[in-house]
Design a protein around this ligand. Structure first.
Ligand SMILES: Nc1ncnc2c1ncn2[C@@H]1O[C@H](COP(=O)(O)OP(=O)(O)OP(=O)(O)O)[C@@H](O)[C@H]1O
Ligand SMILES: [Mg+2]
Length: 232
């Protein structure tokens, strides 16, 4: 390998087949409505490859490009925030290559208290850029390093803030910001009860109507997609 080309530059230029050939492990092996998520290692460089190319049928052809677009556009909008993986490359409509985060999913880690404070700040920075994550209820979408630095992954469900004039949309956006915040409250209640405040518990008890409706729609949509995928 020429000396002026780093392993990371080379990794970023690999084809899809080469990326799979260099997969050290799969966090997810894919399914009828799921991507493959691989840790790719090339020399000293590492990256994560999220790929729907082997997701079969209409889900792979039609839905997957929408999900990959949602993920890539959110990562571009959040570029530069510590705790959000860098987008290395969008291969095509069905795959993205992103920065590997040296961290453990929240449920398997024992994050120190400071990690919860930093996570609040990270989520606030994400909202300030105009992105609501909308899937922070899945604690596997948050990672934490050994020294307590939090990270957020998986932006396929994100909702972005609209233009200033778009008041109805921005009201919707504000509801999803609230949903992210109550997901953090839930995380504290579940994994760090000593940090959970009375307000956290109250927030969970009286979750906004909009949030409940949004969640119900999300769950219904997933069931409907699964039904059609199974019978399709
Ligand atoms: N950039 C990254 N660095 C390290 N690990 C990652 C990264 N991105 C994803 N992972 C790991 O892969 C898992 C799945 O990734 P992701 O959440 O993006 O896919 P998903 O299809 O939504 O999976 P799931 O349904 O499990 O949430 C994460 O929970 C995390 O453990
Ligand atoms: Mg996920």
């Amino acid at each position: 390998m020429p000396h002026d080309r780093t392993d990371l530059q080379a990794l970023r230029g690999l084809t899809r087949a080469q990326l799979h050939a260099h997969a050290r492990r799969y966090y997810k092996t894919g399914g009828r409505t799921e991507p493959e998520v691989a840790l790719v290692v090339y020399g000293d460089a590492q990256a994560v490859f999220k790929d729907y190319a082997r997701t079969p049928g209409w889900f792979g052809r039609i839905i997957a490009p929408v999900l990959i677009w949602r993920e890539a556009s959110a990562l571009r909008r959040l570029a530069g925030i510590t705790g959000i993986p860098k987008l290395y490359r969008q291969l095509d409509a069905r795959g993205v290559l992103i920065e590997y985060l040296p961290a453990t999913p929240w449920p398997q880690a024992k994050p120190p208290e400071i990690a919860y404070e930093r996570l609040d700040a990270l989520v606030a920075a994400m909202h300030a850029r105009g992105v609501a994550h909308c899937d922070l209820r899945a604690p596997s979408n948050m990672l934490v390093s050994d020294d307590g630095v939090p990270y957020i992954v998986d932006f396929v469900a994100r909702v972005c803030r609209g233009r200033a004039w778009n008041l109805p949309w921005n009201w919707v956006f504000a509801q999803f910001v609230g949903a992210d915040e109550s997901a953090l409250a839930k995380l504290r209640v579940r994994f760090a009860p000593s940090l959970a405040t009375g307000a956290d518990r109250a927030l969970l008890a009286e979750q906004g109507l909009v949030e409940r409706v949004a969640r119900a729609i999300g769950e219904r949509t997933r069931e409907i997609v699964r039904f059609f995928v199974r019978s399709g």
